[in-house]
Design a binder for this molecule. Structure first.
Ligand code: ADE
Length: 232
């Protein structure tokens, strides 16, 4: 899968994702992260890509022209019109389910705004999906883009190896993950729950499910209600 990130801070994206599991997947050519610096499409000698908002107000707005020029240049290299995700607090909240949908795309364009956002006319022309990572405001779309890429990338075949399963985990079946333990058996006087040492798989599964349900009920009553409704 190819991620194309339109941004003013390409180094942030490249440096942030070139590690650990995603770094390995890039080395193994399972995914590629292509960054396009919007500033390269400025049409003035100061390489300025933002200006004051019409109607007044604080901050600067990224101009439509360089954003659209960067996009047009990118699209001219692709076989078909890609989905273009704009990272913004004014969007649908990103979920595991959305990640599964995006993971089906061969090419995915992610547009990162900075400052007070991007001229609406550029967004109307190129954006297909408006996505927020949560109810808080960041200084730009780069960290949200990295989060989205990380979540999507780990769903791609071959990205997780054995023992890094994408199956049994939080949000699967609307439940949060159960607690995990590793050696030593006793740490600072606290023992690993006995059932996990029993070798009895059915009992282990039952214990884990119970833990998942309890944690979901405590931390995410919204998910818990969904889970209970689905169970009927
Ligand atoms: N840009 C700034 N805040 C954001 C958020 N919460 N989600 C996505 N993009 C953003």
């Amino acid at each position: 899968m190819n991620f194309h990130v339109l941004t003013l801070f390409p180094d942030m994206i490249v440096n942030g994702l070139n590690h650990s599991i995603i770094g390995r997947a890039i080395d193994n050519k399972i995914l590629q992260i292509n960054t396009i610096n919007i500033r390269d499409y400025a049409d003035n000698k100061h390489m300025k890509v933002d200006d004051y908002p019409y109607g007044g107000g604080a901050g600067l707005v990224m101009q439509a022209r360089p954003v659209c020029a960067a996009y047009d240049d990118l699209v001219s290299t692709l076989q078909k019109k890609p989905r273009v995700v704009y990272m913004t607090p004014v969007g649908y909240t990103f979920t595991q389910e959305m990640a599964q949908e995006f993971a089906k795309e061969e090419e995915l364009v992610i547009l990162c705004g900075h400052y007070e956002g991007i001229d609406e006319r550029a967004l109307e022309r190129i954006v297909t999906d408006y996505v927020s990572i949560g109810d808080y405001v960041l200084t730009g779309g780069e960290l949200p883009a990295m989060i989205m890429i990380d979540v999507i990338a780990r769903l791609l075949p071959g990205v997780l190896h054995n023992g890094e399963s994408a199956q049994t985990e939080s949000f699967e079946n609307d439940l949060l993950e159960y607690p995990q333990y590793t050696r030593p058996e006793v740490f600072e006087g606290v023992s690993v729950p006995k059932v996990l040492l029993s070798g009895h798989h059915a009992n282990v599964d039952e214990w884990r499910l119970k833990q998942s349900i309890e944690r979901t009920k405590k931390y995410r009553p919204d998910l818990y209600n969904k889970y209970m409704e689905r169970r009927g």
